[in-house]
Design a protein around this ligand. Sequence first.
Ligand SMILES: [Zn+2]
Ligand SMILES: [Zn+2]
Length: 244
Amino acid sequence: MKNRKIVKFKTPEFICINCESIIPWGRQTKLFCSELCQEEAKYIRYHRKAIFEGKANLPDIKQAIDIKRISIVSGGYPLRERTIPQKVRKQVIIKSHGLCQSCGKLGTDIDHIQGSSNDLSNLQLLCILCHNEKTISNFRKVDPLDPKFGSIFLKNLDLDKRIKNRKPFKICDDFKKWESSFRGISNERKKLYYEWVYNFANERSISGISADQIAGKLNNLNVPTFSGLGKWDRKIVGEMLRVQ
Ligand SMILES: [Zn+2]
Ligand SMILES: [Zn+2]
């Protein structure tokens, strides 16, 4: 058994259902190549649904649409807020007495006063309406001489096309069928992916490589576990090889 040649199985490659690029290694069972693509598709479904329900011009819905749009076009603005440590968030709330620093109503959002520094002096509490208003007014029209102008222009054209077309262009644009398509594609990808993991482990096990070593290889290759949490170990590899 010692010199048995290990059969190589081609790593399954999946395509991002939003931008059609290849999903990077380590996110294999996901449907989107990045959080930004996931957010973009979510925004498209939200906007299409608002139009479908005749609500796209209601002031609060319009504000929510504008804010999501800006966040997508400018490369994922809301991701920033999530990175503020819990301890700092609490300090901001205490500093502001829980009130919006613009209108005095109950505060809900942590706002970066300027730039993206998470320093306590650069953070304030706002209500969602004031926070959105500030973000929209800060989003200046991009100068045609700005090097990013071309790509932002094209992005807007692409988004408009996907939002306004009567029939959804992509699976992830279809708010009516999304729940079930998501589950279907996700299960299909998981199945193919874990078939590959099983073959990878089984080939090595047949060749006399220990479960411990196989687990180490899977970890080195950054292969996500079935739950997506934690690391591979002897026990998980052993169980996988027994179950199949
Ligand atoms: Zn993508
Ligand atoms: Zn306010």
